[in-house]
Every structure is written in C-alpha cells, then in structure tokens.
Write a protein that binds this ligand. Structure first.
Ligand code: S3P
Length: 173
C-alpha cells in the first residue's frame, strides 16, 4: 500500500483549524483528529481547567506526547492547537509523516474572531491587555509558523472555499 501522509493543520488560534480540518477529512473520507479535543477527552476536563490547575507547562507536555503518538499514524487529518508546533521538535516529528499546512489570518480578523472567546487561556489578561497579548503572541510565534512549508490565507475565505483550495493543491496521493 502506498504511504499516505497525514494532513496537519497548524496556525494561530481562530484561524479555523478545527472546522476546516473536520470538513477536509469528511471530503477526503479520512479520519479527523483534533488535538485539543483529544487532550480534553483524555484528561476529562477542559483546556481552561488544565491551564488553571496544572499550568501551561503541563499542557505543553501533553502536546509533545500527543505529537509523538499522532505522528505514528498515516492518512489522518490532524488539527493542532495554536501553540502545538511552536517547539521545533513538535514540528519536526509531525512533518516526518505529515504534510503540514499553516493557516494564516490578518490580525484584525483574528481579533474579531477570538477577541472575546472564553476558552483561550493564552489570551487571558495579565499585565497586558487582551489585544496586546494577541499581537505579542502573534509576533513571537511568527518565526515558528514561518518554518511550515505550506501557507494558506484564511482571512477572506469560507471554510468550504479553503477546503477546496487545500484539496486542489494536495500533491498527488
Ligand atoms: C493555544 C491554542 C488553543 C489550545 C490552547 C493553547 C495556543 O488551540 O491548544 O488554548 O497556545 O495558541 P486553538 O488554536 O484551537 O484555539
């Protein structure tokens, strides 16, 4: 049987990784795995609760282990969390067996999408306002997202259009 790479969606919070991933998997008749959902299911609590009780480093460890586990699969569509592929080791392990695609979005549109979402502990206000936090995090993460070989701008497109665009550009499988 031919080796079928995973399709791994990365990118900042609010770029639509989960919804696009789900629709893409459906169209291609592939299994869909959402890392945030898997972590919540296995931990039996929400991401917010994980951050509040055990802190971000604990959550990041769960992500590392899950990347290693999911990279062993093939032929799945995987939606990562916005911070999952920031550590280079996570990116490398996923890229070994997956086609990694980064979803990009203009900051204004991101703010519209996630400015008031409650389930995003990374945007919780500490010393800076939520908007500053978002802008700083975006800037900090830019170099890591730039390592990703394929990019697609989601700002002005619907998930349906984006799924089509991704499928059209998939290397022949
Ligand atoms: C995070 C993004 C979230 C989730 C967690 C941390 C991040 O996923 O994994 O809250 O560090 O950017 P989404 O990108 O699906 O919101």
């Amino acid at each position: 049987m031919m080796f079928a790479p995973n399709i791994v969606l990365a990118g900042f919070m609010g770029t639509g990784k989960s919804i696009i991933g789900k629709q893409l998997a459906h169209k291609l008749s592939l299994p869909f795995l959402d890392m945030d959902e898997l972590i919540e299911e296995r931990e039996g609590r929400s991401i917010n609760q994980i951050f509040a009780t055990d802190g971000e480093p604990y959550f990041r460890q769960l992500e590392v282990a899950l990347c290693q586990e999911l990279a062993k699969r093939s032929g799945s569509v995987i939606a990562t969390g916005g911070g999952t592929l920031i550590p280079e080791a996570n990116f490398k392990v996923m890229a070994e067996t997956g086609l990694v695609i980064c979803l990009d979005c203009e900051p204004d549109a991101l703010w519209q999408r996630i400015g008031d979402s409650e389930n995003r502990p990374m945007l919780a206000e500490q010393d800076e306002t939520r908007l500053n936090r978002l802008m700083n995090l975006l800037k900090q993460r830019q170099p890591a997202y730039q390592r990703i070989p394929y990019h697609i701008d989601v700002t002005h497109h619907s998930p349906v259009e984006l799924v089509e665009q991704i499928i059209k550009n998939l290397p022949s499988r």
